[in-house]
Design a protein around this ligand. Structure first.
Ligand SMILES: Cc1cc2nc3c(=O)[nH]c(=O)nc-3n(C[C@H](O)[C@H](O)[C@H](O)COP(=O)(O)OP(=O)(O)OC[C@H]3O[C@@H](n4cnc5c(N)ncnc54)[C@H](O)[C@@H]3O)c2cc1C
Ligand code: FES
Length: 358
């Protein structure tokens, strides 16, 4: 067929249209490729390009591409790797505690464990509401237990889901959690300095990553920059105090609206307080998409690894791609990958995050 190419995924071959997204081509040919955000952020759809070529969608490691972002431009052989371990668990809202005027700590007691890696997120579906992605975190008081999952949720004005928290969604409400998703998770055994940057509830995954990192090595060199628009939005104060007690942890709370309450909170934006970066640094940036993009660009300039989770609003409608996006796609050069360059990410580790004393 003119304008079509042979795609092989884990040994199953089909013909796909030139220019089609790999994910769409796979799904419409009956191949169930796991995916979530469809925006190139969560990493759920990452596959390995064994041979051939696709355009765009490069992942954070050589040879890995985001199936939701890359387009078919020739024959290609793809491997899916291990199943991602995504599962759905049922639960009930067990705890709802205001942390600031706009943020709630949400505890959900589940009927079975939801294993995850620090920094990952779940799709949360309160009964009667559409699902929303929220990052799994630790309770700010006490220790986690394997029967509950915790979130920091910012209530959005007019939000279909979050504005109902504490109103129509109250303790006892039934909920389904599906996950874990996301590739901005803690990687153990990295020797470099960790630089963790969050705005507002972006602190949820950052807190989880910080705890995992200190559990692995309480002497770890780490900097945590936590930002918010107002001083009230810095709901994570008690957690920052606990983190700041570790010998090699530097904590920088930042607030963009001028305030006179305390000099401990610095004026400005998180990017104003980044240290001079080294190529060996490992950065995590979570929260406002603009901040996350800036941190990624700064890290890229120096060649440091940066894992990120921009907290984008959910679009409930099917994402339609614009004519412009399609046109832009055809102006670029295809990416070729050869066997041998390639390595998929590690398999998920068991959940469970023994407290590091934080
Ligand atoms: C991977 C991932 C992880 C996330 N983790 C968390 C988390 O741990 N805690 C948390 O509070 N949020 C998190 N978010 C953001 C959260 O999923 C969205 O804010 C969600 O859309 C809120 O649902 P809602 O139904 O209340 O609002 P919606 O009905 O979806 O939106 C209501 C209005 O608010 C705007 N809006 C919604 N969310 C945002 C936003 N984040 N920034 C700017 N404007 C917005 C919408 O454009 C719309 O105008 C995460 C997002 C992603 C992609
Ligand atoms: S579905 Fe492709 S990165 Fe999320």
């Amino acid at each position: 067929m003119a304008g079509s190419h042979q795609i092989t995924i884990n040994g199953n071959s089909f013909l796909a249209r030139r220019g089609e997204l790999l994910l769409d081509a796979a799904l419409s040919n009956g191949i169930d490729l796991p995916h979530d955000c469809r925006a190139g952020h969560c990493g759920t759809c990452c596959v390995r390009l064994v041979s051939g070529e696709v355009w765009g969608g490069e992942g954070s490691e050589p040879g890995i591409v985001h199936a939701c972002q890359c387009r078919i431009v020739g024959d290609a052989v793809i491997e899916r790797g291990q199943p991602s371990g995504v599962r759905t668990v049922e639960g009930v809202l067990s705890s709802l505690r205001p942390l600031s005027p706009e943020v709630m700590e949400v505890g959900i007691r589940t009927d079975r464990a939801l294993p995850y890696r620090a920094g990952q997120y779940a799709q949360v579906r309160f009964s009667g509401y559409p699902s929303r992605p929220f990052s799994i975190t630790h309770p700010l008081r006490g220790n986690p237990n394997s029967g509950s999952v915790w979130f920091h949720v910012r209530r959005m004005k007019d939000g279909r889901v979050t504005s109902s928290l504490g109103k129509r969604i109250t303790p006892g409400h039934r909920v389904k959690l599906t996950g874990p998703y996301g590739s901005a998770h803690f990687r153990p055994n990295l020797g470099g300095r960790l630089i963790l940057v969050a705005t507002n509830t972006g602190f949820a995954p950052i807190w989880s990553i910080a705890v995992a990192a200190l559990r692995e090595n309480p002497e770890r060199r780490m900097m945590i920059i936590a930002g918010g628009r107002t001083i009230e939005s810095l709901y994570m104060g008690p957690a920052l105090v606990r983190l700041g007690r570790f010998p090699n942890v530097l904590v920088v709370p930042v607030c963009s609206t001028p305030q006179t309450l305390t000099t401990a909170v610095k004026p400005g934006r998180p990017t104003d307080y980044l240290p001079r970066l080294l190529p060996t640094d490992v950065l995590y940036a979570c929260g406002a998409p603009g901040m996350v993009d800036s941190i990624k660009s700064i890290a890229a300039l120096i060649g440091a690894v940066c894992y990120s989770d921009p907290f984008l609003p959910t679009t409930d409608d099917t994402v339609e791609e614009s004519v412009l996006t399609r046109a832009m796609g055809w102006l670029a050069v295809p990416t070729s990958r050869q066997m041998g360059q390639l390595a998929l990410d590690r398999p998920p580790q068991p959940a469970g995050t023994a407290d590091a004393g934080v």
